[in-house]
Design a protein around this ligand. Sequence first.
Ligand code: CDP
Length: 227
Amino acid sequence: MNIPDIIIAIDGYSSTGKSSLAKKIARKFGFLYLDSGALYRGVTLFAQEEGLISRLGKVNPALEEALAGLVLSFAEDGRLMMGPRCIEPEIRSMEVSSQVSNIAAVPYVRAWVDSQLREYGRRGRIVMDGRDIGTAVFPEAQLKVFMTASEEVRARRRYEEMVAKGETPLLEEVVQNLRERDYIDSHRETNPLRRADDAFELDNSDMSFEEELAWVQGVIQGKFGIL
Ligand code: CDP
C-alpha cells in the first residue's frame, strides 16, 4: 500500500499503546517515528539534574533560561540523547514519570518542545505521538488518531512493560501515576489533552495488536482511497 507524504498524529491517554502503533505504522510505510513525550521526559530529567524542580513538582523559573543550553536529539535507533549522552532508559523511570506532567504544563517548556517537533515535521512522512499533536503541533495533519483504553488495561500494560524491563514497580503506584498524569494533562491551560474534532477515535481496551493495525489500515484506505 502506497501512502502520500503526510503527517500522522497519534494522541491519547497515557499507556494506550500510542508508541507501539506509531512505530508499526512508521515501519510499514517507511515514515519517521517521533516520540514527542520523550522530549518532555528529557526536559524533566534535565530540570531534575539541574535542581530546577522541587520534590513537590514546583518548577524554578530559571528553567526558561537554562533551556537555551539544552540539546536533545534522537539517535538513529530512536533513543533520546542529551548532548552526546544517551538518556534512555532514565527518562522512562518512575522518578521522571512522576514529574513530567508538571514540567509539560509550563508554557515556555511547551513552546521549546513544539519548535523542535515542527522542525522534524517540515520533511513530512512522519508519525508523531503525544497529547496535542493533532490539536496544536500539527493541526494540519492529514490523519489523526485519538487513542483511549480502560484505566485497568492501561495500568496493566504499563506495569508489565516495566516488569519486562527488569523494574519492580508497585501496581498501585503505576495506577496512581497514570491517573495523576491524565488529570494534569487534560486540565492544563496550554494545549491540554483532548481529541481533535477531525480525529478518528480508537478504544483498544479489547483489541489485539493485529486488530488495531487492521483498523488503522482501514481508516487509511478509506481516507486516501488506496488499496
Ligand atoms: O508513554 P506515555 O503515554 O505514558 O507518556 P509519554 O508519551 O512518554 O509522555 C509523557 C508526558 O509528557 C505526558 O504525560 C504529558 O505530560 C507530556 N506530553 C505532553 O504534554 N504533550 C505531548 N505531546 C507529549 C507528552
